[in-house]
Ligand binder design. Structure first.
Ligand SMILES: Nc1ncnc2c1ncn2[C@@H]1O[C@H](COP(=O)(O)OP(=O)(O)OP(=O)(O)O)[C@@H](O)[C@H]1O
Length: 293
């Protein structure tokens, strides 16, 4: 059973009012979704990664996902991306079964996967060129996106000439150029230093303000999960289920001041506790705070 916490709002969200977000249509719907890896014929060779997930994600909602390593976070993202299929249950996008990858969903991974022999502009536009979209359409869009992600002037630079944060900015621009309805992020800022991470989180919220995609964001970092989210999901240890769902009401976009608000501190305490419970249970440890028997 999922526990759903809805903390009272301390400040009113001015971007997407509570009523509006509750009325938003369901974008992604997990209906009893389980995922088993391995072949059925060979006993002991199967892994039940996800166990009967039931989650609805609304249009333009930002949902972050926390959970211990191996609990199935990437599996949920891969299912939405269409890289994997559910073993049982149904996974819907706009009420249609997801049956493979599509340009309506874009994925950003932790490791930048830029082509080293292409400059920034060509990395960003390669996908749309391959899909036959005309230069007249994609060129102004690319210029605007590079401006938005703070890379105007770096169009002719190659990936080796960019910092890790800049490479992630290119990845985000590349993901957004096909105007996806859903942005899937798998620990996108995990390899960045603390300051760059915060900048990237702020950037993500600014981009959301402009584009209003539905965002599904996996992270190991509780602060990051709260900072960017409308709702944080905590998954149980494997087989993954939704253990806790918590709404974050602070208005977006947010800045570093949010990190010291009572709402943030209280959410951080509860979410850290929920994740640690699962981490310790899966490792058989009682945790750092456990008293010696
Ligand atoms: N393609 C695969 N074939 C076999 N088993 C897999 C495959 N992908 C994932 N698994 C298994 O499914 C379980 C969930 O993996 P998944 O990568 O979804 O977890 P995760 O929560 O994203 O982990 P992490 O936080 O370490 O990235 C793990 O036990 C993993 O070994």
């Amino acid at each position: 059973m999922t526990i759903h916490r809805n903390y009272p709002s301390l400040v009113k969200d001015t971007t997407l009012s509570e009523g509006a977000s509750q009325r938003a249509p369901v974008k992604i719907s997990f209906q009893g979704v389980s995922k088993t890896y391995g072949s059925a014929g060979r006993a002991g060779n199967q892994t039940l990664a996800l166990d009967r997930l039931d989650v609805d994600i609304k249009a333009a909602e930002i949902v972050t996902v926390l959970g211990p390593t191996g609990c199935g976070k990437s599996s949920t993202l891969n299912l939405i991306a269409g890289f994997e299929r559910p073993s049982t249950g149904s996974l819907l996008l706009d009420n249609q079964l997801i049956d493979g990858p599509g340009p309506d969903r874009a994925v950003v991974f932790q490791q930048p996967s830029l082509f080293p022999w292409l400059n920034v502009l060509d990395n960003v536009t390669l996908g749309v060129k391959c899909r036959g979209i005309s230069r007249d359409t994609y060129a102004p869009r690319a210029a605007h996106l590079l401006q938005e992600v703070g890379l105007a002037g770096f169009e002719r630079h190659y990936p080796y000439q960019l910092s890790g944060g800049m490479q992630q900015r290119v990845q985000i621009a590349r993901a957004l150029i096909s105007e996806p309805k859903v942005l899937l992020l798998d620990e996108p800022f995990g390899a960045l230093d603390y300051q760059t991470r915060i900048q990237m989180q702020e950037l993500l919220l600014q981009l959301w303000q402009q584009h209003q995609q539905t965002i599904f964001f996996i992270t190991h970092d509780v602060s990051e999960a709260i900072f960017v989210a409308d709702r944080v999901l905590v998954m149980s240890r494997r087989p993954g289920r939704i253990k806790l769902s918590v709404d974050v009401h602070a208005p977006k976009p947010r800045d570093a001041d949010f990190l010291s608000t009572p709402e943030f501190v209280e959410l951080q305490r509860e979410l850290l506790h929920a994740v640690q419970e699962e981490v310790y249970a899966s490792s058989g440890s009682r945790g750092v705070n456990a008293k010696a028997a």
